[in-house]
Write a protein that binds this ligand. Structure first.
Ligand code: ADP
Ligand code: ZN
Length: 631
């Protein structure tokens, strides 16, 4: 049975935005999306992290519930985060619950009863629920009475093997539209290149859904990619210089490295915690909770950490190892600065990263076609790392978006735009390197690693060079003018472009490939950024206000304002602890700062501050006024 949907006006939807969430305006395409979905349309929503996807289904859910259409089912893969997601809705006065394996039988039963009574607006469930007969029976019963208002499939890229979080359970979600014909469905994700997007549409059968593709630009994030020397020390300097006392995430590839780096940071006085799949699940949960609930924690993690982390005030995301592809990089870096305030994405990158990633693809048991796709994705990321022009332009181009007015555009918020690198032509060095590899191979029938090849070219009479008689090679000393750093850069590019292969089975020795020829013949240009020998020491003096004893506010506040802000934060921490929720779920920093600035004396003075909806006003206004006036 399908009832004709009542039409829900844009006025109604805007009223919910203001009343429930305390926001004055929809952001970007939110309005078009909520209008479409609230009135029964299917939708595919591609929006960057921090773009505001949650409201895109929460507002239609509230509007449709109020129109008598029942409950919205939100599919989310993140059982560990459902508690906080639901808690945030409770704070806003929305009736929400979750059904997952953490509930007792009795708790689940109570929720089912409330669902059947029509008491719930948003129900969160993990995808594996939809293959559970008992759950389907529950949905059947709601459907028969027209009480299933909407299906929202969050993190929809999990349905695709091209996404980096493939979850086979997502494939079963086709049951939703097959069994519950006519219930509007929306799929939401922050990561989808063309391949992934096509896969989502096909797998979830959203061919007829309207696609809402936002700009993927995150203007408040500053992208920086540095050449690795002593990566951990570089990271440490970066944190000390730019992010003292800030919350951040550091991604590493291996569990061991996660442990080591976390320890190094702790030894340097940074509040760092490790997170990886090898830790006991209880420890992981504790660390995640501390990251969400305490201030200024740096999480050192493998990519096992982060999906669905909606902490808005993560001030930096650092990569100590290169991710597999741009989607991964963009998703991970996107966790910085969801609150729209300035944030940093920092990556260290080196020859070894290129070698490792290539090797992982080569050695994977996947079919050749799949490997080819993976290589293409890796190449795009290598291109980004080696780029000498605007990083943001490159990133967005990867997602099919053009930024600015063509070549030469500068975003003024990435390393290359802020400090344009000097470029040198490495074509000659590249040819000399390749012919050295060729001549070694020819003379001795053996392959050698990067260090030895560079030594020969630079004319170093090391023991190994002499021992193998390599001083006699015609390229010996032919590249004496190049520094090792320069040659490393050239080699990295040659490996990245496939003109040199690294044999992992044989001590990482170097070989020529099909593609070497074009470079040797001078048909391919090799452009490189000039390596700076010391990282730019901008901002050396500590930021005013940095350090744990002093409060940092997201907007400019005078002395008294800062005192009020600190008092409000202390009050918020208490409330958050009582409610067992992260502090930002009560109020964002930006909301507290706006209150501190305005120094409200009456309820009226609180009106119009972003982030204070009706329920929060009712629940907290008196307390807030008291704290402000005591402060
Ligand atoms: P996403 O899921 O797309 O990463 P969220 O839904 O978590 O993003 O939203 C990111 C942040 O932006 C949240 O803190 C949310 O409260 C805030 N936000 C969303 N929409 C608006 C809006 N229209 N006005 C102000 N803040 C908003
Ligand atoms: Zn730029």
């Amino acid at each position: 049975m399908i009832a004709i949907d009542p039409s829900i006006s844009s006025h109604t939807l805007h009223a919910i935005l203001e009343e429930v969430f305390g926001y004055a305006q929809f952001r970007g395409p939110q309005q078009a999306i909520v209008e479409h979905v609230a009135n029964g349309g299917d939708a595919l929503v591609l929006m960057p992290t921090g773009g505001g996807k949650s409201l895109c289904y929460q507002i239609p859910a509230i509007a449709r519930q109020r129109a008598g259409l029942g409950v919205a089912l939100v599919i989310s893969p993140l059982i560990a985060l459902m508690h906080d997601q639901v808690g945030a809705l409770h704070e806003a006065g929305v009736s929400a619950e979750f059904l997952n394996s953490t509930l007792s039988g009795e708790e689940a039963y109570q929720i089912e009863q409330r669902l059947l009574r029509g008491d719930i607006t948003c129900l969160y469930a993990a995808p594996e629920r939809v293959t559970n007969p008992r759950f389907l029976a529950l949905l059947d019963s709601l459907y028969e009475r027209n009480q299933l208002s909407l299906f929202a499939i969050d993190e929809a890229h999990c349905v695709s093997q091209w996404g980096h979080d493939f979850r086979p359970e997502y494939r079963a979600l086709t049951v939703l539209h097959e069994r519950y014909v006519g219930v509007p469905r929306m799929a939401l994700t922050a990561t989808a290149d063309d391949l992934t997007r096509a896969d989502i549409v096909e797998r979830l059968q959203l061919q007829d859904a309207e696609a809402f593709v936002s700009s993927f630009d995150r203007p408040n994030i500053r992208y920086t990619i540095v050449e690795k020397r002593e990566a951990v020390q570089q990271l440490l300097r970066f944190i000390e210089r730019e992010h003292e006392g800030d919350a951040g995430i550091v991604y590493c590839q291996s569990r061991k490295k996660v442990e080591d780096v976390a320890q190094t940071l702790v030894d340097a006085g940074i509040r760092a915690l490790p997170y990886h799949a090898g830790l006991d699940s209880k420890v992981r949960q504790v660390h995640q909770n501390r990251f969400l609930r305490e201030e200024g924690i740096v999480m050192v993690a493998t990519i096992a950490f982060g999906m669905g982390i909606d902490k808005p005030d993560v001030r930096f995301v650092a990569h100590l190892d290169m991710p597999k592809n741009i989607e991964g990089y963009y998703q991970e870096t996107g966790r910085a600065g969801r609150d729209g305030l300035p944030a940093y994405a920092w990556m260290g990158y080196g020859l070894q990263d290129v070698v490792n990633q290539r090797r992982m693809i080569d050695e994977s048991p996947a079919g050749e076609e799949f490997k080819q796709a993976l290589r293409g994705k890796l190449d795009a990321l290598l291109g980004l790392a080696e780029a000498t022009d605007c990083r943001r332009v490159r990133l967005l181009a990867y997602f099919g978006e053009q930024l600015g007015d063509g070549p030469g555009y500068r975003c003024q918020n990435c390393d290359n735009c802020l400090n344009p690198p000097d470029i040198w032509d490495g074509t000659d060095a590249a040819r000399k390197l390749l012919s050295t590899i060729y001549r070694i191979q020819q003379s001795s029938g053996m392959s050698f690693g990067a260090g030895h090849v560079m030594d020969i070219l630079r004319g170093k009479t090391t023991e190994k060079v002499t021992q193998h008689g390599h001083t006699a090679l015609s390229t010996f000393g032919l590249g004496a003018e190049f520094t090792e750093i320069q040659l490393r850069g050239v080699l990295r590019q040659l490996i990245a472009m496939g003109a040199v292969a690294v044999d992992a089975e044989a001590f990482n020795t170097l070989r020529l490939t099909e593609q070497s020829r074009a470079v040797l013949r001078g048909e391919v240009q090799v452009q490189l950024r000039e390596s700076v020998s010391t990282p730019a020491s901008r901002n050396k003096s500590k930021r005013p206000g940095a350090g744990s004893a002093v409060v940092k506010a997201p907007i400019a506040l005078d002395g008294e304002g800062l005192v009020r802000y600190a008092a409000l934060k202390a009050w918020r921490a208490e409330v958050a602890r009582e409610h067992n929720l992260p502090a930002y779920v009560i109020f964002h920093d930006a909301t507290l700062a706006a209150i501190a600035k305005r120094a409200p004396q009456t309820l009226d003075d609180l009106q119009g501050i972003s982030g204070i909806g009706a329920k929060k006003l009712e629940a907290y206004a008196q307390e807030v006024l008291r704290v402000v006036n005591q402060g």
